[in-house]
Write a protein that binds this ligand. Structure first.
Ligand code: 8YV
Length: 325
């Protein structure tokens, strides 16, 4: 054990059980008001810290990392996605970066199915009609949506979450197609059809679920040309990262009827999503709820703490270290 508690800056208000454990092991600098940090405030606050516990949206980019104090040894993000952390810049300064894989797979896959069903079954229009007191009664043609059972689902990014989405979709008797950097062994593909080039998968997608990380290669991947390859009336679901889609193209495709709908939990520029989405009555939109269950958020926090404790309290390699691309 070090002779003093290592100091850790927590950028957000984390669940109580997570903060209790953070305080027990570390000299914890908390953010009870949950005011998001901008780069300058982060640089001031992190002075003298050994560890940083951050979250999606925090400015942990190359410029900020270059200004971090020499004392900082680990950046533990409370997320599986880590595009907000410049891992290469951290590595150049000898700072370890960790994430929280696995524990949010099921919660995020559940939200993908909620988005898929919500978009297919016109849930937003139904909810709006009801809550505006405009429902005058059942009619044989009211809010007819898209049938899910037996349809084809294309999964873009068949990692842990993509596979969990496919597993759920099979219970809806959907046929699974997928595209991934690597073909999966059959035990993991479970009968899903592999497309080495994701563009070749698009004509087979009555539903497309985006489950890939945000990288320079996937940024604005779903653009107008690729949307055109989807069957007419297809539905796009995104629970990964907003910037994987080109918002203008997606909104135009829903407006024109090329796409029946979209189910989105993530947005470019969150929380300031493209205003065009608000004008699509049939879009099913959620405010980044993918991992938002009490159990999952605790598990994410504990996983981030496993990483911090391994390095800062025991001098061990953290269990969930990520490497530069
Ligand atoms: C998290 C997520 O809630 O873990 C991720 O990558 O997208 C979310 O579900 C969020 O990023 C917390 O930092």
């Amino acid at each position: 054990m070090p002779d003093r508690k290592p100091r850790v800056l927590a950028t957000r208000l984390f669940p109580p059980a997570v903060e209790d454990r953070l305080r027990a092991g570390f000299d914890a600098m908390l953010n009870p008001a949950d005011t998001p940090y901008d780069a300058d405030r982060l640089i001031r606050a992190i002075d003298g810290c050994d560890g940083l516990m951050c979250a999606a949206g925090d400015p942990v980019n190359a410029e900020a990392i270059a200004r971090f104090p020499d004392t900082l040894r680990i950046i533990a993000t409370f997320s599986v996605g880590y595009e907000h952390v410049d891992v290469a810049a951290a590595a150049r300064r000898g700072i370890v970066v960790t994430n929280t894989p696995d524990v949010l797979t099921d919660a995020t896959a559940d939200i993908a199915m909620l988005c898929l069903l919500g978009a297919a079954r016109r849930a937003q229009e139904g909810i709006d009609m009801l809550r505006r007191r405009q429902w005058t009664g059942w009619t044989p043609t009211q809010l007819m949506g898209t049938h899910v059972t037996g349809k084809r689902l294309g999964v873009l990014g068949m990692g842990r979450i993509g596979q969990a989405v496919a597993e759920r979709a099979r219970a809806f008797r959907m046929t699974i197609h997928y595209s991934n950097r690597h073909r999966l062994p059959e035990s993991a593909a479970n009968g899903a059809t592999f497309h080495a080039d994701p563009q070749d998968m698009l004509p087979h997608c009555d539903f497309l679920s985006i489950n890939c990380p945000l990288t320079p290669q996937t940024r604005k991947w779903l653009n107008a040309a690729r949307i055109a390859r989807l069957p007419d009336g297809a539905i796009v679901v995104n629970t990964a990262r907003g910037p994987v889609v080109d918002d203008e193209a997606l909104i135009a495709a829903v407006r024109s009827g090329k796409l029946a709908s979209v189910g989105l939990d993530v947005f470019d520029g969150e929380p300031n999503l493209h205003p065009g989405y608000y004008e699509l009555p049939n879009a099913f939109l959620l405010p980044h709820l993918g991992s938002a269950t009490a159990e999952t958020r605790n598990a994410m926090g504990f996983r981030a703490l496993d990483n911090l404790e391994a390095l800062l309290l025991r001098g061990e390699t953290p269990p969930h270290q990520v490497q530069p691309a």
